[in-house]
Design a protein around this ligand. Structure first.
Ligand code: XMP
Length: 512
């Protein structure tokens, strides 16, 4: 039986981040609904319990309260934020509703390092996010740290191995927060650091098999990282019971469809159905130049095509999606916590509900870099695992103005040159996104002795961490020159190449 650290989820937006930090320490963690019984945790063999933060106050009528017997299991408990207040409230201390919230950076002064703060400096910058606070200790506890506004910002009961902290060591703003978790895991719970992504894969495969049984699963494969990894993982679990659908919407880059076919059909032997709907998409987009209108048409057409293709494939019970944790981060419910409000960006336009499909989302507790590690472990090539993001509406939002087959061809040719040069120079892997944009502007050029009145291509190459902000990449002039002259020489119908040097904000990454 693997060692499990149980994270009881009280609805904090950071619950998954706690689980992730534990995985980073190579220890297996599992998120449990807050009301999970102590008997269940015991049966699962948990070696430590973390009580997550949460939006509630222990005084609220609807406050989520765990099974009190968890404090009698004889395993160490760490309460974080709402978790420390719960410990105070349930174990005989006093919690008070504070008039002013403590939010943002603060300084923790460690009074007693003990096991939880072993090897840490006396003062730490920590991240707070709470209203209530503990004002009197429960019996058996001692204070081990204070902040500007909390006398009991960190507490311990050494005998029972109970610890409470008011701040959030899991977030990046807390200095050396990972060491607090390491101290809890290794110094207090005596965990072994032997869990790897291979274990995640084995567990996920077992879970998928148990959930799906002999049923059939469908997956809309886009060729992006998330759906690709989900497909490879589910295929590993249930093989032929998985059918993937790839829709060619006519807005793909050069060679994209062929690449997906060769990788998944030939290489991975996945049952892949490629649906060529390019004519339908282009027909519906004819004469449409407003970006939002284009997006709507593309989204709706995708749903129509997908739905139709499912009919020809036959009955299925599950729709698989490559939803990641950041896709659900705005919701507060993953594993049955109080406010069951799940938002799924990848949800294909209400399809699952309409077609009575159950959702299968094996990556929903992972972060992007973890998904990449899973993909590599499953044997997906670097080109897929480290692929740059590509928008759902594809080249539809990279042809400014009306979309025509001719314009798409010009853009594809220019974009292929850009990608080739980015790959050859190694810059492809260093930037967030690099792509060409077709501008519906004619400009005058000269070819030989002839006037050439032709199209303009813009190069958009940006650096970013999360697409929320971005800056244009300072590519070497020689490389830019090579890209530009290759495009004007090799792509018929382009007279001029321009470089987009706008940051986000105020511009966005895509042009439309
Ligand atoms: P913007 O242009 O808003 O893009 O700075 C931020 C990131 O999102 C991608 N993007 C989209 N992805 N559907 C998608 O799936 C869309 O409609 C869409 N628009 C932008 C964009 O490529 C960038 O990575």
């Amino acid at each position: 039986m693997p060692q499990i650290i149980a994270v009881l989820d009280f609805g904090s937006q950071y619950t998954q981040v706690i689980a992730r930090r534990i995985r980073e320490c190579q220890v297996y963690s599992k998120i449990y609904p807050f009301a999970t019984t102590a008997a269940q945790l015991k049966a699962d063999g948990v070696i430590g319990i973390i009580l997550s933060g949460g939006p509630s106050s222990v005084f609220a009528k609807t406050a989520p309260i765990p099974d009190r017997a968890i404090f009698e299991l004889g395993v160490p408990v760490l309460g974080v934020c709402y978790g420390i207040q719960l410990m105070g409230h349930l174990l005989g201390g006093t919690v008070s509703q504070s008039a002013h919230r403590e939010y943002g950076n603060g300084t923790l002064t460690i009074q007693k390092a003990g096991r939880l703060f072993a090897k840490l400096p006396k003062k730490l910058r920590v991240w707070n996010s709470h209203g209530d606070r503990l004002i009197a200790l429960p019996p058996g506890f001692a204070a081990i740290g204070t902040t500007e506004n909390s006398e009991f910002a960190a507490i311990e009961d050494r005998k029972r191995n109970f610890y409470g902290i008011q701040f959030h060591p899991e977030v990046f703003h807390t200095e050396r927060g990972i060491e607090v978790y390491k101290n809890f895991l290794f110094g207090i719970c005596r965990a072994r650091a032997d869990w790897t992504m291979k274990d995640f894969i084995a567990q996920a495969i077992a879970d998928i098999r148990a959930r799906v049984g002999k049923s059939r699963v469908l997956l809309g494969l886009s060729g992006g990282v998330d759906s690709s990894v989900a497909a490879a993982l589910i295929h590993r679990a249930i093989g032929k019971q998985l059918t993937c659908v790839f829709v060619d919407n006519g807005l793909l880059r050069r060679g994209e469809r062929e690449y997906v076919e060769s990788l998944y059909q030939r290489n991975f032997k996945i049952d892949l159905r490629v649906v060529d709907a390019s004519a339908l998409f282009l027909r519906r987009l004819k004469g449409i130049s407003d970006p939002e209108h284009k997006r709507k048409i593309i989204g709706n057409t995708f749903v129509n095509v997908f739905e139709r293709s499912l009919k020809s494939i036959g009955h299925a019970d599950f729709l698989a999606q490559g939803t990641l944790y950041p896709d659900v981060i705005e919701s507060v419910a993953i594993a049955g916590n109080p406010a069951a409000l799940i938002k799924s960006h990848h949800n294909v336009g209400g399809l699952p509900a309409r077609m009575k499909l159950k959702l299968l989302e094996p990556l929903r507790e992972l972060f992007k870099d973890e998904v990449r590690a899973v993909g590599s472990s499953l044997g997906l090539p670097r080109e897929v695992v480290w692929r740059q993001p590509f928008p759902g509406p594809g080249l539809g939002v990279r042809v400014a103005g009306d979309i025509t087959a001719a314009r798409l061809e010009v853009l594809r040719a220019a974009d292929a040159i850009l990608q080739e040069e980015m790959m050859d120079s190694g810059w492809y892997w260093k930037v967030w996104q690099s792509f060409a944009v077709y501008l519906p502007v004619k400009s005058v050029g000269v070819v030989g002795d002839e006037r050439n009145y032709a199209d303009v291509i813009a190069l958009r190459i940006v650096e970013s961490k999360d697409a929320m902000t971005a800056d244009w990449t300072r590519l070497p002039y020689d490389l830019l020159q090579k890209i530009s002259s290759r495009i004007t020489n090799e792509v018929r119908g382009v007279s001029r190449v321009v470089l987009d040097i706008s940051s986000k904000p105020p511009a966005t990454i895509e042009w439309e």
